[in-house]
Design a protein around this ligand. Structure first.
Ligand code: GAL
Length: 420
C-alpha cells in the first residue's frame, strides 16, 4: 500500500519530470556553467537587492552556478583595488560593479572591458534610459556598463521620534541645522551621526555641502574646470563642513556608514547625511522610524550616481554574462533589485507602486531637480582625482585646516588635468 501511488501523485511526478526536461522558455537559451559577479554589496539592502536579481537569473537559467564574488567595504573602497589587480592580472570576474561616469577610466576600458554598444541596440536601452544618464554612461564614444539604478547622495536622514520629542522640523538651511543641533546637544543627543572609517564618507558628506553652498551650476563648474577651487565659496563650504563636525559623534573614525546609521536607529543620534542605500539598509533592519529631506540648502538639486555592471574582456562565461547583463537592464530585473537596494530604476518605465514612500519621492525629484554628478561615487571625476579628493576631506574632518584643504583641493584638480 505504502508504495502504491495515487493517479494524482503519478501525474504530479510526470509533470515535474517533463518540466525538468522541458526546454528553456521561448527565446531563452538553456545555459550552464558559471557566472562570476563581482561587487561590494555584502550588507543589508545591498545584498538583498542583489539576491533578488540572482533569484530571477536562477529562475531563467537554473543550471548556471552564480559565483557571488564580493569584497566588503562601502563605496568599493577595497573592492576597486582587488578588481584592478584581477583585470590587469588576466583573471577577471565575468561581470563587475562599476559606477556610471568617469570611474571607468581607471579600468582602461579599451584594454580590459567589452564595449556593450551591441546590447544597447538589441535591447533598445538608448530609449529606456534617460538622456542625461546615457551621456554619463558613454566614455570614449562607447557604452561600458549597464545601469541598474539611480542613487541620490544628498539625503538627510533623521529619527522622526527624536525630532518630534524635541519639537523640531528637519532643517532646510544650514542656519536651521545648527540651531536644531544646539537644541539636540542640550538634550544630550548626538545631532549628527557620521562614520568615516572607510575613508570615503567625509568626501561624501562634503560633496553634498558643496552642492548646497555652490548650487548645481557652481558645483558642476568645479569638476568641469570652470570654477577654481580657490573660489571663496569653497572656503564657505569647508567652514560649513568643519562646523558640522562639531555636532558629530566623537567616535566617527571608528564607524562605517551603517554603524553610524545604527546610532540613528537606536535613537542615540538625530541626523545622518548619506546616500539612499540607507533607505534599503533601514528596510532590511525593519526600521521605519526615519524621515528624510534634502541636505540643507540643496532642495532642487539631486546629487546622483548610478551603479552599472560591466563585462570583462576575456570573460570565462561569455553567454552567461550576456544573459546577466540583459537581466540587469530589464524592467523585471530593475523592479526586483531597486525596492530592496534603496534606489530607483535607471529605466524610466518601472512601476512606482512597487516602491516605498521615500523612493517614490526620489523618483519625483529625479525627474524634476537639477542633476549633478557625485564625485565620491565615480560620476564626476576620474578615479585618481576622486581618491585624492576623498583623502583630503578625510584628513580635513579631523584637522579642520580650511586653507590647507582648499589649497590641496586646487592642487588635486590641477594634477588630474581638471583645472586648466
Ligand atoms: C556606492 C554604491 C552604492 C552603495 C554605496 C555604499 O558607491 O554606488 O550602491 O553600495 O556605495 O556601499
Amino acid at each position: 500500500m505504502r508504495y502504491r501511488m495515487s493517479w494524482l501523485t503519478s501525474l504530479t511526478i510526470v509533470v515535474l519530470v517533463l518540466a525538468a526536461a522541458a526546454p528553456a522558455a521561448p527565446g531563452t537559451k538553456e545555459l550552464s556553467g558559471k557566472l562570476e559577479m563581482f561587487s561590494w554589496w555584502t550588507a543589508g539592502g545591498e545584498a538583498d537587492g542583489l539576491n533578488a536579481m540572482y533569484a530571477l537569473y536562477k529562475k531563467a537559467y537554473p543550471k548556471v552556478e552564480i559565483v557571488n564574488a564580493t569584497v566588503a567595504g562601502g563605496a568599493g573602497t577595497n573592492a576597486k583595488a582587488v578588481l584592478s589587480t584581477r583585470l590587469t592580472g588576466g583573471d577577471p570576474p565575468d561581470s563587475f560593479q562599476l559606477h556610471a561616469g568617469l570611474e571607468v577610466e581607471k579600468y582602461e576600458p579599451q584594454k580590459f572591458l567589452q564595449s556593450l554598444d551591441g546590447l544597447y541596440t538589441s535591447e533598445g536601452w538608448t530609449k529606456v534610459f534617460p538622456k542625461d544618464l546615457i551621456a554619463l554612461l558613454k566614455y570614449k564614444d562607447h557604452f561600458w556598463g549597464v545601469p541598474v539604478n539611480i542613487h541620490r547622495s544628498n539625503v538627510l536622514w533623521y529619527n522622526r521620534k527624536v525630532f518630534e520629542d524635541s519639537g523640531l522640523k528637519p532643517p532646510t538651511t544650514w542656519a536651521e541645522f545648527f540651531k536644531a543641533g544646539d537644541a539636540l546637544k542640550a538634550k544630550g543627543l548626538v545631532p549628527l551621526v557620521i562614520g568615516t572609517k572607510e575613508g570615503w564618507e567625509a568626501g561624501h558628506t562634503f560633496e553634498t555641502v558643496l552642492a548646497s553652498v555652490l548650487g548645481p551650476n557652481g558645483y558642476k563648474g568645479l569638476w568641469a574646470g570652470r570654477i577654481p577651487w580657490t573660489d571663496p565659496k569653497v572656503a564657505d563650504a569647508l567652514n560649513t563642513f568643519k562646523r558640522l563636525m562639531t555636532y558629530a559623534n566623537t567616535d566617527y573614525s571608528a564607524l562605517t556608514w551603517s554603524d553610524a546609521a545604527q546610532y540613528l536607529v537606536d535613537g542615540k543620534g538625530a541626523m545622518h547625511i548619506m546616500g539612499d542605500w540607507t533607505d534599503g539598509w533601514f528596510t532590511s533592519k525593519n526600521y521605519s522610524g526615519y524621515g528624510w529631506a534634502p541636505v540643507p540648502g540643496s532642495r532642487g538639486t539631486f546629487v546622483a550616481l548610478s551603479d552599472s555592471f560591466a563585462a570583462a574582456k576575456g570573460a570565462k562565461d561569455q553567454e552567461n554574462l550576456m544573459a546577466w547583463l540583459k537581466l540587469a537592464g530589464s524592467k523585471a530585473g530593475q523592479e526586483a533589485f531597486n525596492p530592496k537596494k534603496g534606489s530607483i530604476c535607471a529605466r524610466t518605465d518601472c512601476d512606482a507602486k512597487l516602491f516605498n514612500a521615500y523612493l517614490q519621492s526620489a523618483m519625483k525629484d529625479w525627474s524634476a531637480n537639477a542633476i549633478v554628478p557625485s564625485v565620491a561615487h565615480g560620476a564626476a571625476a576620474v578615479e585618481k582625482w576622486a581618491t585624492v579628493y576623498k583623502d583630503i576631506l578625510n584628513t580635513f574632518a579631523t584637522r579642520g585646516d580650511v586653507a590647507a584643504a582648499q589649497k590641496a583641493l586646487q592642487q588635486a584638480c590641477a594634477d588630474s588635468g581638471g583645472c586648466k
